[in-house]
Design a protein around this ligand. Structure first.
Ligand SMILES: [Zn+2]
Ligand SMILES: [Zn+2]
Length: 318
């Protein structure tokens, strides 16, 4: 099969030919149809999130067809948990001490075939186009977990309007929230997409919102946005850091956190998050805006994501 393989930090993915993997007990062999790209892939390429045993096939938003069988399933970032640690036994498998992640510890979906633990796969309705479903599996699902951390906020700020935010904006709108979208200065296409998806306000992250927000999610990997978001929210509000890695957060006066503002991160997903979100997405209904790339263009896709040339979500179609 054809695959795009990570071989080391700072090097582009390499196109290789490999044997089709074999499914072991409890695993599914999938013919990959589509696999979303994610900012986490950039952190893996750059070594900010380590891959301990390269070579590794990246890609953790896989949609594929079970071989044989024909059922369409999705594979998320959470690929395996121990089921025994104090997190697994308390409904927090997202924090499992021995968790293994798709496209980091387990070969992922930038390939024609992939093998996945069937307990961690989700059913994907057959009528959903695979490239439109793929971004739901990380951007959507972990974004949804971050949205839940915002409680019943009426005015919700989203910092970084990419794959996750464009999905979560639709869910938040459907829940009756007013969405405020903050993009890189000058990113008109992202601001236009935010308005098209129903944001009441869209502007640059250097701007203050017209009203104080009840909650904010920071999807951009920029720690400097933490004090900025704290300044944009009202007393008692929560600021959620939605990514796996961020640049350092600059020191800031305690006053910016004062009045019961809460600052927290969101890590990974549980299978319950996936089941809940994938049942909710068609009811909204969530429509993903995707740019597709062939497998061999995975490096170009990731470079477009890095340089902010993508609006919505990028997806490799195989
Ligand atoms: Zn991801
Ligand atoms: Zn565990």
């Amino acid at each position: 099969m054809r695959a795009m393989v990570f071989e080391g930090v700072g090097r582009p993915l390499r196109a290789v030919r490999r044997d089709v993997p074999q499914a072991g007990p409890g695993q599914l062999l999938l013919r990959v149809e589509a696999c979303g790209i994610c900012r986490t892939d950039l952190h893996l390429l750059d070594g900010e999130v380590p891959i301990t045993d390269p070579p590794r096939i990246l890609g953790h938003q896989i949609v594929g067809i079970v071989q044989p069988g024909g059922e369409r399933v999705g594979v998320p970032w959470l690929g395996w948990t121990c089921g025994q640690c104090r997190y697994c036994t308390s409904g927090r498998e997202n924090l499992c001490e021995r968790a293994r992640f798709t496209g980091r510890d387990i070969d992922g979906g930038f390939a024609e075939y992939a093998v996945a633990d069937e307990r961690f796969c989700f059913a994907i309705p057959a009528e959903w186009p695979p490239e439109r479903a793929a971004p739901l599996l990380c951007a959507g699902l972990i974004g949804y977990r971050a949205l839940r951390m915002c409680g019943d906020a009426q005015r919700l700020g989203l910092y970084g309007f990419g794959a996750a935010a464009h999905i979560i904006a639709q869910v938040a709108r459907w829940q009756g929230c007013d969405v405020y979208a903050f993009t890189r200065p000058g990113d008109e296409p992202a601001q236009a997409l935010a308005r098209e998806l129903g944001a009441v306000w869209a502007g640059s992250s250097e701007q203050r919102p017209p009203e104080p927000l009840d909650a904010a999610i920071i999807f951009a990997p920029d720690g400097a946005l933490v004090p900025v978001a704290l300044d944009a929210v009202a007393a008692g509000a929560t600021v959620v850091c939605g990514g796996i890695h961020m640049s350092d957060i600059p020191a800031f006066a305690y006053e910016r956190l004062w009045h019961e503002r809460v600052l927290r991160s969101v890590a990974n997903l549980t299978r319950a998050d996936g089941t809940e979100f994938l049942a909710l997405a068609p009811r909204v209904p969530v429509r993903t805006h995707v740019t597709t790339y062939p497998l061999e263009a995975a490096n170009e896709a990731l470079d477009d994501l890095r340089r902010g040339r993508l609006t919505g979500a990028g997806v490799i179609v195989i």
